[in-house]
Structure formats: C-alpha cells, structure tokens
Design a protein around this ligand. Structure first.
Ligand SMILES: Cc1cc2nc3c(=O)[nH]c(=O)nc-3n(C[C@H](O)[C@H](O)[C@H](O)COP(=O)(O)OP(=O)(O)OC[C@H]3O[C@@H](n4cnc5c(N)ncnc54)[C@H](O)[C@@H]3O)c2cc1C
Ligand SMILES: NC(=O)c1ccc[n+]([C@@H]2O[C@H](COP(=O)([O-])OP(=O)(O)OC[C@H]3O[C@@H](n4cnc5c(N)ncnc54)[C@H](O)[C@@H]3O)[C@@H](O)[C@H]2O)c1
Length: 474
C-alpha cells in the first residue's frame, strides 16, 4: 500500500532552486518534502557553475604564466597535468556537496526522497511507494543540454556539460557547437589549457548581449587562438580518424572541421517530460513550464521556478525565484518577478556583465535615455595590472536614474554588483558620484563614468556666475 504524505510543500528537484525553497520553508518550521531523482545540488554544483568555474580558474593560472613575460618574469609555457587539474575540479565539488546533501537537509527538518516524481492528478505526486498530497507544489526540475538535430549526431560521440568534467585527457582539438556562455567559457578555458579550439555558431556569438561589448570579448578570445565561425550551419557530423568531422556551410561556402572531441553547448531543454504535467493541468511547451510573473503555473497549487520555468537560466535566478514563492506560500504576500534587476555574467576573460535592459530596449520603454560610457584605459588599476581592453556603459533616464549597466572587462562580474544594487533600489548616478571609492580599484570606473555625466555642469554659465559671485565673500 502506498505511503501517503501530506506536507505543506512538496518541492520537486534538489538543485539551486528546489534546495533554496526547502531550506527556507524548513527554517520557518513548515513541513516540506523534497524529491530529487539524481544528485543533490543539481546542475550548478555537479555539472555547471562549480566545475566550470574551477576549470576556468585553472586555465587562468596557465594564462597568467604565459602573460608573466610582459611583467619581466620568464616562466615559459605552463605544464598542464590534466588529471590533477580534473581531480581538483572534483575536490571543489566535494567541498561544497555536504552543504547541499540529503543529510544536511534532513537535519534542517526536510524529508528528502531520492527518486523521480510524477503527477497523477492535479494535487497528487507519486514517488516510488509514496503518494504526496501537498498544499503547494514547487516544480524545480531544471534543464538538460539541448541536443541539436544535426544529421549523424546520434552515431557520433559527443560531450555535454554532464560529461565534460569527467574527461580523463585534455582534448587535442575541441570542437564546440554553440557560442553562448557555456560554449565560450569552455572554449577559452580549454584553449588556455593547451587544446586547439574551434567554435561553430549558427547565429551570432553571445547574441543576447550588447554587440559593442561582445566585440571586445570576441577580439580577446580570438587573439588567444580560438577559431570562431559565426553564422555557420552544421550540415552533418560523423566519426573520423578517431575523432569527429563536422561538415559546415556559411557565406564563404562549404568546409569541414576535423576535431578530436565534440562538445555540445547549444542551449538547454527543460526537464519536464517525465513529470506528466498534463495529469495536473499544468501548461508547458518546449521552452519550459508556463508561469505568470508570480511564478504560478496553470494549476493554482503549483509553482515552477529556476531553469524549469524556461526564463533566465542562472543560479541566482533560481535563488530569487525561491524567495518569491516562499513569500507567497509562507506569508501569503504578493510577489512578482522583475527581470530588470537580474544581473547576467559570462565568465570569459574579459568578463561580460549586464543588468537591466539594453540600450535599445531602454529607449523603447523609457523614451529618451542617456548612455554614459567610460573606458578601462582611463583607470589606473587597469593600467598597473595590464588588464587589457574594457568598457562600461550605463543607461540612465533623463533624471539620471540608473536603468542598467553593461561592462566588458576584467572584474566585470564583481563590478556589476554595485549596478545591480543601484537598479534594484532605483538609485541615480548622483549616488555613484557621491560615495568615496578606494584608489586604485576597478570599481572607480563606475564612479568616474558618473562624474563624467555631470561634467557639463562645470561649464554651465549660471553655475560659473554663482561661483564667481561667491568669490567676493573671501
Ligand atoms: C556549464 C554551465 C555553467 C553554468 N555556469 C553558471 C554560472 O556561472 N552562474 C550562474 O548563475 N548559472 C550558471 N549556469 C546555470 C545554472 O547551472 C542553472 O541556472 C541552475 O543550476 C538552475 O538550477 P535549478 O535548480 O533550476 O535546476 P537544476 O540545477 O537542473 O536542478 C534540477 C534538479 O531536478 C531534478 N529532477 C528533474 N526531474 C525530476 C523529477 N521528475 N523528479 C525528481 N527530481 C527531478 C534533477 O535531477 C536536478 O537535480 C551554468 C550552467 C551550465 C550548464
Ligand atoms: N556565466 C553564467 O552565468 C553561465 C554560464 C554558462 C551557462 N549559463 C546559463 O546556461 C544557459 C545555457 O547556456 P548555453 O551557452 O548552452 O546556451 P545559449 O542558448 O545561451 O547558447 C547556445 C548557442 O548555441 C547556438 N546553437 C544552437 N544550435 C546550434 C547548432 N545546431 N549549430 C550551431 N550553433 C547552435 C545558439 O545559436 C546559441 O548561440 C544560458 O541560458 C545561461 O544563462 C550561465
């Protein structure tokens, strides 16, 4: 006989989104059941952010050794011990894993069930021997790598983010499908570790970001020797000489690429096929589960959050969504997602970071807007540290309210924090101009840009005549 559970909340999926809801609910003493069919921690911990950033960190060390020459230090070409490097990547996952483990969540008061969940009606989920009839369901089942429909792919070995970090040897020539954040972050990391890297992109690289800033990133990564083919179709793939061959076509004609390994980084597909959402009356499509700004699905008992909701796919969005649904479920307070306050960072070198609407979108929404620009070359710290090109663009209303910012350059991922804070709190450039920034830091760039915005005030005849008058008083 099935074991019937009646928690207040049933969370499906133990990734960043589901764990945040479960921990939050348990902290307030609310009965919660968490169902996870795979590894606790989900994509971010096991196959996403954590291993990719650990690999990028290793690659950065290799690159720093090469760049040392410029500083008068000769070290030669770095020697890469790929096995030790991968062991460190997994050690980092291991360090974080206890925080996301079933044991820790049980100790917080969450009942954790290690199995796959599926709906059997609009208020019941079946998991193994259990039937869960919860007051509210939170679907946080995440996403998986999308497998593009390329002829020959099913007979060709390929890697995805789920297998890449288990690779036991450094690829000789890594061919990557897709120049989004996953494709370009991994392209640069593997190039720096010594692999040849070719990226094939059907459209434009990093197409959802500001093209002027994307150009800065692409110039840098091409200068490191990465071959990037944009607006190129992959006609077919096949096994070839112990590796792979891609047949491609672009405006220049047809050509082929031979590589030792193939990595698919062609976007994400939501994990909802096995949930039987139709049984619960939950609308969905190939992009994800349909939700309103309150993250509620077409079944009023159920919310969908994180990657499963098919919107912005970031770990910090998963955490933000969790807060919004907890506010509604625990406190019965209304909550709506505001995508305009969510920062987005691609961890290439230079990094690319944005928050708020892009320039064109801001004009459409707010009419006249001003864009304040400041180049990294005018920053002393960027010069002392030899940090290369960088640019910040801040979009403001006519009254100086900060609508968004976009930064390409070293440290952009850290610097965007200040602007995300400003956008979320509706601050103006005056606030940025008014605080004291420590010298020499990259964050001064934001302040310098703000001062430049008010620069014309110094040439204003009225202001000058007031100053002139005041001089008579001694
Ligand atoms: C290579 C890579 C690098 C990334 N780097 C970053 C980064 O630097 N910064 C950033 O913000 N984001 C990054 N992301 C995105 C980030 O990993 C995701 O946005 C985030 O993990 C989404 O969390 P989630 O909880 O919604 O989903 P997931 O982490 O996918 O968790 C969903 C969980 O649900 C489980 N599940 C699915 N179906 C069922 C079922 N029927 N029953 C029970 N359990 C189920 C799955 O096993 C999984 O554990 C990266 C992604 C990739 C692929
Ligand atoms: N730093 C970060 O925060 C970070 C890092 C990695 C991933 N992520 C998240 O993970 C999600 C997935 O990233 P992603 O880079 O896999 O997806 P993406 O959708 O951003 O990019 C995929 C790219 O692949 C291209 N593509 C698709 N099919 C193709 C084909 N057949 N041939 C050639 N090109 C093809 C697309 O045009 C697109 O440019 C993103 O939404 C991102 O938010 C975030």
């Amino acid at each position: 006989m099935a074991n019937v559970l009646n928690p207040d909340i049933c969370v499906i999926g133990g990734g960043a989104a589901g764990l945040s809801v479960a921990a939050g609910a348990a902290a307030f003493g609310v009965p919660v059941v968490l169902v996870e069919r795979g590894r606790m921690g989900g994509d971010c911990l096991n196959f996403g952010c954590v291993p990719s950033k650990a690999l990028i960190a290793a690659a950065k060390h290799a690159q720093a050794i090469r760049a040392a020459e410029e500083f008068g230090i000769s070290a030669g070409e770095p020697l890469i011990d790929y096995e030790r490097l991968q062991a460190r990547v997994h050690a980092v996952i291991g360090e974080i894993a206890p925080h996301d483990s079933a044991e820790r969540f049980e100790s917080l008061g969450v009942k954790v069930i290690a199995d796959a969940a599926r709906f059997i009606d609009d208020r019941t989920v079946a998991v193994g021997d259990h039937l869960i009839r919860a007051r509210r369901f939170v679907i946080a089942t995440g996403s998986s790598p999308a497998i593009p429909a390329i002829p020959g792919l099913s007979d060709t070995p390929y890697l995805t983010n789920e297998t890449l970090f288990d690779l036991k040897r450094l690829p000789k020539h890594l061919v990557i499908v897709g120049a989004g954040p996953v494709g370009l972050e991994m392209a640069q990391a593997y190039r720096r570790l010594g692999a040849r890297v070719t990226v094939v992109e059907s459209g434009k690289a990093l197409s959802s970001d500001d093209p002027e800033l994307v150009a800065i990133v692409l110039e840098a990564i091409r200068a490191e020797g990465i071959i990037l083919h944009e607006e190129t179709a992959i006609l077919s793939v096949e096994r070839h000489a112990g590796g792979v061959r891609l047949h491609c076509e672009n405006a220049q004609g047809r050509f082929f690429i031979d590589g030792s390994d193939l990595l698919l980084a062609a976007g994400r597909a939501p994990n909802h096929a096995s949930l039987d959402l139709d049984a619960a009356g939950i609308r969905h499509d190939a992009k994800g589960i349909a939700v309103g700004a309150d993250l509620r699905t077409s079944n009023r008992r159920a919310y969908a959050i994180g990657d499963a909701a098919g919107g912005m796919q970031f770990t910090h969005v998963a955490g933000y969504h969790a807060r919004l649904v907890l506010q509604q479920i625990l406190f019965r307070l209304p909550a709506r997602e505001d995508r305009g306050i969510v920062p987005r960072v691609t961890f290439t070198d230079p990094e690319l970071a944005e928050v708020g609407p892009g320039e064109a979108e801001a004009r459409e929404k707010f009419g006249r807007v001003d864009v304040v620009r400041w180049d990294f070359s005018a920053n002393d710290r960027a010069r002392t540290d030899g940090l290369g090109r960088g640019l910040i663009k801040i979009t403001v209303t006519r009254r100086g309210r900060i609508l968004g910012a976009a930064i390409a350059g070293a440290g952009a991922g850290e610097m965007i924090n200040g602007f995300a804070f400003a956008v979320a709190n509706r601050l103006t450039l005056k606030h940025f101009r008014g605080y004291v920034a420590p010298y020499p830091t990259l964050s001064e760039i934001g302040k310098q840009a703000s001062i430049s915005y008010y620069g014309p005030v110094a040439r204003n005849p009225l202001v000058r005549s007031v100053i002139g008058m005041l001089r008579y008083f001694g």
